[in-house]
Ligand binder design. Structure first.
Ligand SMILES: [Fe+2]
Ligand SMILES: [Fe+2]
Length: 280
């Protein structure tokens, strides 16, 4: 196996996703808040994924384990596809009348600033921490059937991305602990920065999109109130509680992403997603 051969357990897929068809404005349960939670994350993905790949790739030359090198290649390939497909989704948002260029520009500036002024060890640690968020959300989306009432194109996009986040969840973390072993403060610093950024970005992103809906009268007051009430429904509450519990696991000194066994989820959902989304 060479350093450039991607790992077989982390396949790089090029899914068929139809962004030409009409996607309902509030594609998740008809709920503006739940929809914009995903939209806000969507806006962060393309440049966020490129930031992750750069942080991991910068450390590649110091890795000697051929298995981990293969996983780095596969991780980079998967994240590259995520960036491309989420960028394609921006066309849908534009068609729906959302102005997102300002937010995307702000994100790009923050990423450029961080790449320039923050040490690569910290950026790698931020990446490992952020990957714990994406993998945890991914497994909970399947576990609590969060997309049971979702537009089909968005369901395909989110489920495909979620499967791959689970498949490569350990890669950035393994690079971090291989090169900075026993450096608990560095690991927690990256997780703290990732947590603050994801929290602030998601809230501000949702707010910006909801304000656009309000000003354009696309959303009624009743829809907003009902949307907020639905955030406390049993399924969403279980998702939130599970998310908090699993995220906090990152603070355990002996933590490793693979301690959470997601194999049953992969075995259950991956064949169906591959069958639906991969060209025959
Ligand atoms: Fe990703
Ligand atoms: Fe990822």
């Amino acid at each position: 196996m060479t350093a450039q051969t991607p790992s077989a357990s982390i396949p790089i897929r090029r899914p068929k996703l139809d962004f030409e068809r009409e996607v309902p404005r509030f594609f998740l349960e008809g709920n503006p808040l739940k929809t914009h939670f995903f939209n806000a994350l969507n806006l962060a993905f393309p440049d966020g994924e490129r930031f992750f790949v750069k942080a991991v790739q910068e450390h590649k030359d110091r890795i000697t384990d051929p298995r981990l090198l293969a996983e780095i290649a596969a991780f980079s390939g998967q994240e590259g596809q995520h960036a491309r497909q989420h960028e394609r989704f921006f066309v849908v948002l534009a068609r729906q009348g959302y102005e997102v260029e300002g937010m995307l520009g702000r994100f790009r500036k923050i990423a450029q600033f961080t790449n320039r002024y923050v040490p690569s060890s910290v950026r790698l640690s931020i990446t490992a921490g952020a990957e714990h968020y994406t993998a945890t959300m991914a497994s909970l989306v399947f576990e609590h059937d969060m997309l049971s009432d979702c537009d089909v194109t968005l369901r395909d996009l989110i489920q495909w991305h979620a499967i791959e986040e689970i498949e490569h969840k350990h890669v950035a973390y393994d690079v971090l602990v291989a090169l900075y072993p026993y450096n608990y403060p560095l690991r927690i610093l990256g997780f703290a920065v990732a947590s603050a950024f994801i929290g602030i970005w998601t809230v501000l992103g949702m707010r910006a999109l909801l304000l656009q809906d309000g000003r354009a009268r696309r959303m009624t007051r009743a829809q907003f109130v009902e949307g907020r009430r639905a955030l406390r429904d049993p399924k969403t509450t279980r998702f939130r509680v599970g998310l908090r519990k699993q995220l906090l696991g990152y603070f355990r000194p002996g933590f490793h992403p693979c301690q959470q066994d997601d194999m049953p989820l992969l075995e259950r959902f991956r064949p169906e997603i591959d069958r639906r989304l991969l060209p025959a």
